[in-house]
Design a protein. Structure first.
Lengths: 103, 166
């Protein structure tokens, strides 16, 4: 069991926890939290492969992680704004009660 | 596989599980913050100082606060204390997640890509990262800036109070 294995397994576990949460929780905010966990697991993979990869001086993994963090921030802002708009319309944040497209 | 990694990894997994299973949404947000902090510690441990500090600033500083705000803005009083937290077909979601984890873990165990090549820790300075961003990655940097501006304007427009038509 080398160190890279540990990081990759941790990232896989984090991704699965996020996926399970995004698929099973009723509250839309917790669905978004699950997606954030999955993005973070991908980031951990980027950094671990950069650290133990072939050419760490090329900085590929670090650059990818930085851009991924920026895009995740944009995604969280738009997603939470959508949830707030849905809540204002339906008076609920549960995803299984929001089932009609034109209300 | 040292003690620090095992401790941080255990903290991350436990807090992520708590963030996905707890009933109180504010507790979920706090556990998510602990997960983000643990990941930042792992980035620092992997010699990616800039990414670790960006994780602290962006995730703990901005995303966690945004999630807490959204939780407080969408809190409904009629939420029954025993209302279901999970959707009706929750066992299917858990089964899919377990299947995904077993596939990824099997791939990690058998792949030759998961054997480390570099052993020496790469020393990377913020100056080098800035140099790369301004030379090789300047177009993606500008695109991300544009995307963030568009996302910010879009979020404000979407969440703005709908004006009543008179």
């Amino acid at each position: 069991m080398n160190p890279l294995h540990g990081y990759l397994l941790l990232a896989a576990l984090l991704f699965s926890i996020g996926l399970a949460g995004a698929l099973t929780r009723r509250n839309a905010i917790l669905v978004l939290v699950g997606i954030e966990l999955m993005l973070n697991a991908a980031n951990l993979n980027f950094i671990a492969f950069w650290r133990y990869g072939a050419k760490p001086e090329a900085l590929g993994g670090v650059m990818f992680a930085i851009f991924s963090i920026g895009i995740a921030a944009a995604e969280a802002a738009v997603g939470l704004a959508l949830i707030i708009a849905i809540y204002r319309h339906y008076k609920t944040a549960n995803v299984d009660e929001v089932s009609s497209m034109k209300g | 596989m040292d003690a620090a990694f095992v401790t941080i990894a255990g903290l991350i997994v436990i807090s992520a599980l708590a963030a996905m299973t707890l009933r109180n949404l504010v507790h979920c947000a706090l556990c998510l913050t602990i997960t983000f902090a643990g990941l930042a510690a792992l980035y620092l441990k992997l010699n990616a100082q800039f990414v670790g500090l960006a994780q602290v600033l962006v995730y703990i500083g901005a995303v966690a606060i945004l999630i807490v705000f959204a939780i407080l803005l969408t809190r409904s009083d009629d939420q029954a204390p025993r209302a279901a937290v999970l959707s009706p077909g929750w066992w299917l979601g858990v089964a899919i997640a377990l299947a995904v984890f077993s596939v990824i873990a099997g791939a990690i165990g058998t792949s030759s890509a998961s054997t480390p090549r570099a052993t020496a820790a790469p020393g990377v300075t913020v100056r080098e990262i800035g140099d790369k961003l301004m030379r090789d990655y300047v177009l993606p940097l500008e695109i991300v800036g544009l995307l963030l501006t568009a996302a910010m304007i879009g979020a404000v427009v979407i969440a703005m109070q709908e004006r009543k038509k008179s």
